[in-house]
Design a protein. Structure first.
Lengths: 257, 257
DNA sequence: CGCCGTTTTGAGTCTAGTCAAAGGTGGTGG
DNA sequence: CCACCACCTTTGACTAGACTCAAAACGGCG
């Protein structure tokens, strides 16, 4: 399989989770295999990439950056010059209204992309905050753009990543616009489960990295309501929760809430 | 100013609204001037485009398509091969959940882009429905992609359009996630007003092309609530409404709701 | 062990939803 | 050109679901 292997000495690859094997579907050579895109149904765009192309890719992924829990990878209005993929840890993206109200627009886990919001104004349009001590690959946009120009498979993959972000946000709007609190929480857990599975973790047992308040903000409900809905789903035997530890007991039932 | 002039005989340009003059800010040569992008703060990316480049652009914009009120420009799962810009009329985009619930994710007016959701899966991810008899420019994606490859200013503009869509959806999530019904309606009207202004129409007087139900669905509230909030804003002297006819009486007051 | 931030649960309130009915509007066909 | 019909909009009365405020329980960390 075509996959970029960075030098493990200078770029230690995060320990692969035990249960692996099903994570090759969503990958292309446009991004390293341990940084899968969240677009699981992405078209196979990497067919044309050659080893030479991939060598170039390494050169733009050469820097990493650590971000401490609670601090920002970037903030609204920061000049845009790079996008990022999460290597370890996880992030939330938050936009802030004039009046101070905040909206969590997404959570990003290992392999997911951050910073695409900055492309259109040359400045970032949200804050990206680490939910735990994290590390990202820094991809300078100018370099990525020139690589895209040279390698059409990477170009297409990048279009795909941008479009995928649009589609994902649409799904989030569906949640915010049409679902009851119980449905939102169920849909949220199922989405997390899918994403855990996509990166080789158990889709049944996982633990949350965000607080009830952050989840609630993301889902457009209050933290107390999140807690109540967890209790309700527990009572119905659909999930099992222990604080931030989640076990999905009845996946089908959850999807029917 | 650099602007593509299609042959008016074969490509009649929609009658320009009376009040014009302030709409050049958001334009670049990447799209014709009468098809302004919705990214008002777009960086000036067209500097490098030459007349020769622009001739190529004409060639990909050569087809138009008419869509009757109520019918679809494309539907979910249709194969993706083109994006569209609205020449006349307007559209809504709708995503449909398994259980049949629908969410209006946006309204598109003259000059705005449709179809970017299809890039990531090679199939469209929403329905685009004409709210009135409309006409679009059809831009075959393969051609646009090759043009982007040849002209870096167009490439950058296209990135910008994609990213702008992401940012716009974030703002919509903010509305859905954090605002009261009254605030949603006020924000909706202000957004429409800005967009009317950006295409040279009066930002104060305009008429809506969508029903209360479509507005409500977009804003995540019920049609009766939309109506009540219109009445409330009217009573406060902030707007004046007559069915679909809207007049913004106190813009500042509206923005403070 | 004790503290602080987080989570859970309860009671009461309020916003927006639901159901229902009347009033408008615009489009079509006679 | 007018009348009718279908659809859209407004308003009211009542209800339900989520929010607010409050307090207690839990959990992790120094």
């Amino acid at each position: 399989m075509l996959a970029v292997q960075l030098n493990p000495a200078t770029h230690p690859i995060p320990a692969a989770p035990a249960a692996s094997g099903q994570q090759s579907r969503s990958q292309s050579a446009a991004f390293p295999h341990y940084l899968p895109s969240r677009i699981d149904h992405a078209a196979p765009v990497a067919k044309g990439a050659t080893l030479l192309d991939l060598t170039r890719l390494q050169s733009i992924l050469c820097t990493t950056r650590k971000v401490k829990r609670g601090s920002a990878l970037y903030r609204t209005h920061d000049p845009f010059d790079s996008i990022y993929t999460v290597r370890t840890g996880c992030f939330k993206t938050v936009i802030t209204h004039r009046d101070g109200k905040e909206q969590v627009t997404g959570f990003q886990f290992m392999g997911e992309v951050l910073g695409l919001d900055g492309l259109c104004t040359e400045r970032h349009n949200c804050d990206a905050i680490a939910l735990e001590d994290s590390e990202v690959s820094v991809i300078r946009f100018a370099l990525l753009a020139s690589l895209c120009h040279q390698v059409s498979s990477i170009q297409h993959h990048f279009y795909s990543v941008l479009s995928g972000e649009i589609v994902r946000e649409s799904a989030h709007m569906m949640m915010l616009g049409t679902m009851s609190a119980e449905q939102r929480v169920a849909a949220f857990l199922l989405d997390l489960s899918d994403r855990m599975k996509a990166r080789g973790y158990s889709p049944v047992d996982f633990n949350l990295r965000m607080t009830r308040e952050e989840m609630g903000n993301y889902m457009g409900i209050k933290l107390e309501t999140v807690s109540r809905m967890f209790s309700k789903l527990k009572k119905q035997g659909l999930v099992d929760t222990h604080g931030k530890q989640i076990r999905i007991v009845n996946r089908l039932g959850l999807s029917r809430v």
